[in-house]
Design a protein around this ligand. Structure first.
Ligand code: TYD
Length: 142
């Protein structure tokens, strides 16, 4: 898929003590493909709710499901794909020009988002037809 993909982070556990748990470190400079300027987290979402339903013109993001499970559907000019995020040692990189929808939030899900820019409503495209037109102008007719 164009301009998106899964990132695998380390998961540090103890070989001798399974009950010790796990730790995932993320070195922003080495492991995140942009300078992180903002983070936010999405939580307390009802399982019937669909979130997202927009694209960004410039923003780069990495989505990390810290707890629970959520499906993320990405649509761009070159294809579409659904990612199930349920492993806190992986992150979904989502570049510009990807329409995203997040749904099937399991109870207790916490979705952490790292973002390359401060919040700017002008960077959003919230209408699907406008998104299709924007991408067609940028990437050509399908
Ligand atoms: P939005 O990005 O539409 O959420 P989602 O894609 O998860 O459905 O943002 C929801 C609201 O929160 C919207 O009114 C904008 C506001 N918001 C901020 O004020 N700052 C932020 O950093 C973000 C991400 C959203």
């Amino acid at each position: 898929m164009y301009n998106c993909g899964l990132l695998k982070f380390r998961k540090i556990t103890s070989n001798s003590n399974k009950e010790f748990g796990a730790l995932t470190p993320i070195e922003f400079l080495n492991e995140i493909p942009f300078d992180v300027k903002r983070l936010y987290y999405i939580y307390d979402v009802n399982s019937e709710q669909i979130r997202g339903q927009h694209s960004h013109k410039k923003l780069h993001q990495v989505l990390i499901c810290l707890n629970g499970s959520v499906d993320v559907k990405l649509i761009n000019h070159f294809g579409e794909k659904v990612y199930t995020l349920n492993d806190s040692s992986e992150g979904l990189y989502v570049g510009p020009d990807n329409w995203r929808e997040m749904y099937n939030f399991k109870e207790g899900t916490v979705l952490l988002v790292l973002a390359s820019e401060k919040y700017d409503e002008d960077d959003y495209i919230r209408d699907f037809d406008t998104f299709l037109e924007f991408n067609e102008k940028k990437y050509g007719r399908k």
